[in-house]
Design a protein around this ligand. Sequence first.
Ligand code: 5RP
Length: 223
Amino acid sequence: MNLKQMAGEKAAEYVKDGMVVGLGTGSTVYYTIVKLGEMVKDGLEIMGIPTSLETERIAKEVGITLTTLEEHPVIDLTIDGADEIDPNMNLIKGGGGALLREKIVAFASKREIIVADERKLVNSLGERFYLPVEVIPFSEAVVTRRLKEMGLNPETRVKEGNRFITDNGNIIIDCHTGPIENPVELEKELNMMPGVVENGLFIGLADMAIVATQNGIKEIKGF
Ligand code: 5RP
């Protein structure tokens, strides 16, 4: 079993009958969703809220009943992946481009569990991964200029030769920040910029991480 599968499947143990469950996006939480599908077949009763069209597709395929934030604005538990996790349990997310819906779902959740392999643990956010910023296409040039002035090395995300378009019809500008000194301030500063819809800094939203290492699973609330 690979590390992503170990972490993903372990998290499914936290899902109980009757819960409304936020379903994250990515290759680690994929294993959680598949496991939940098996548990549903064995009688588990849950309702899922997907964080992306891709997750919606997978959840339907494995037989998880879906609901919406309109029907359930409070989510019992969300399980999601991350691109980086720092010692304070702050995250960078959005490698898969689903950061906006992921952050809304995290915000609506009583509890957020992150599933990851040990390579995602960093001392400072931005150390290894880029920081995705979701912006309205009309604002691309203006936001890019400002991000350059801030020294954040922005680069519009491209997929198959075209600008990557999110599930919300926006584009993503990936910022090659290097280690971020003050993620709390940067999150605010980015989101105050007209045209920026959301950014991949998840501050104070994760309660626990299930991290798969070569020496087994670790459940951490900080490190
Ligand atoms: C998608 C995300 C993912 O959770 C993040 O990219 C981690 O993905 P993976 O588990 O495939 O490494 O934020 O927007």
